[in-house]
Write a protein that binds this ligand. Structure first.
Ligand SMILES: *Cc1c(COP(=O)(O)O)cnc(C)c1O
Length: 239
């Protein structure tokens, strides 16, 4: 085993232990939580190693980096999640590799994703990104729609050709009433998910929690955690 593979295997084992412990503490089954490894800023060679180690879900936040990496790894059995702020002019490229876009936060983006998914003859799973620090119907600084805008976007995605409404995603806010209160933020996301599922019962994905707060996300009921640093190491400041 190469040094890098041994290192990633050890990190993955630690994250796996944390998820298992969090599930046990919450009375949940380990299978209820899917690990998504956020590979942004790390090379395709790391993605390949992760795949060899059994990782099946990876996430990226910039199309410029993700597109060549996904192309290099197209022989691997991976599902690519897009988790970054997405400009409509990048949608065609993203739809080429991403099975799930977790950062859907405005109607123009839904229209662009639908158009390109139909064109590519692909079905793209969509999560509405919720900004818990945004104004009721405004947008968050790091993307996401305010709580008041969720329902309209969910209905739009559910009715859009080529798109599938999978659920909700959030990033714990750094400002506002939920700053420093990750678990409360994730519990709020769960309540919002329950509300969405009344109209869209299949939209049961709840993506929350990163390296520093995955325990709180699992405790709140998240179905997907997005972990970068704890698996791959601390990133250079960009990204
Ligand atoms: C980078 C990123 C993560 C992973 O963050 P870590 O702290 O490295 O685990 C999760 N979600 C999103 C949206 C990200 O951009």
């Amino acid at each position: 085993m190469t040094d890098r593979k041994a290192q990633l295997a050890a990190n993955l084992a630690k994250v796996e232990e944390r998820i298992t412990a969090a599930c046990t503490a919450a009375g949940r089954k380990r299978e209820e939580v899917t690990l998504i490894v956020v590979t942004k800023t790390y090379p395709a060679s790391d993605v390949r190693i992760l795949s060899e180690l059994g990782v099946r879900h990876v996430a990226e936040n910039r199309d410029q980096d993700a597109a060549p990496k996904a192309a290099e790894c197209s022989d691997l059995p991976l599902l690519w999640h897009f988790v970054g702020q997405l400009q409509t002019n990048k949608v065609r490229s993203v739809v080429g590799y991403a099975g799930v876009v977790q950062s859907v936060d405005r109607s123009r983006l839904v229209a662009a994703l639908s158009k390109e998914a139909v064109r590519a003859e692909r079905e793209v799973g969509c999560l509405i990104q919720v900004a818990l620090d945004a104004q009721e119907r405004g947008r968050g600084e790091r993307g996401g729609v305010g709580v008041g805008g969720i329902e309209e976007l969910a209905d739009l995605v559910a009715g859009a050709p080529g798109l599938r409404l999978d659920g909700l995603m959030t990033v714990a806010p750094l400002t506002g009433e939920y700053a420093g209160r990750q678990q409360a933020a994730f519990e709020r996301l769960m309540d919002l998910s329950t509300a969405v599922r009344r109209t869209h019962p299949a939209a049961n994905m709840v993506s929350a929690g990163m390296s520093s707060d995955l325990e709180q996300a699992v405790a709140a009921g998240a179905t997907h955690v997005r972990v970068g640093t704890a698996v791959l190491g601390v990133r250079p400041s960009l990204g």
